[in-house]
Ligand binder design. Structure first.
Ligand SMILES: [Zn+2]
Length: 65
């Protein structure tokens, strides 16, 4: 299971939870103050942008008329 990082809006405590991918903020609560007012943080991505994407279109559109 992936680990999600949360921040408590009540005491600004940052904590990590191991949850299912389908878990939401409602399933998390602050371990410090037990508040349900938490927000999920975006994990820092370690991967660089993958290449690929634009490629010269071969052929082209067939113009009608
Ligand atoms: Zn808290």
């Amino acid at each position: 299971m992936p680990i999600y990082e949360y921040i408590c809006l009540s005491c600004n405590e940052r904590f990590a939870l191991m949850q299912k991918m389908s878990a939401s903020e409602k399933d998390a609560s602050c371990p410090k103050c037990s508040s349900g007012q938490v927000r999920k943080l975006i994990s820092s991505f370690c991967c660089s942008s993958s290449d690929g994407g634009f490629s010269p279109s071969s052929g082209g559109f067939s113009g009608g008329g």
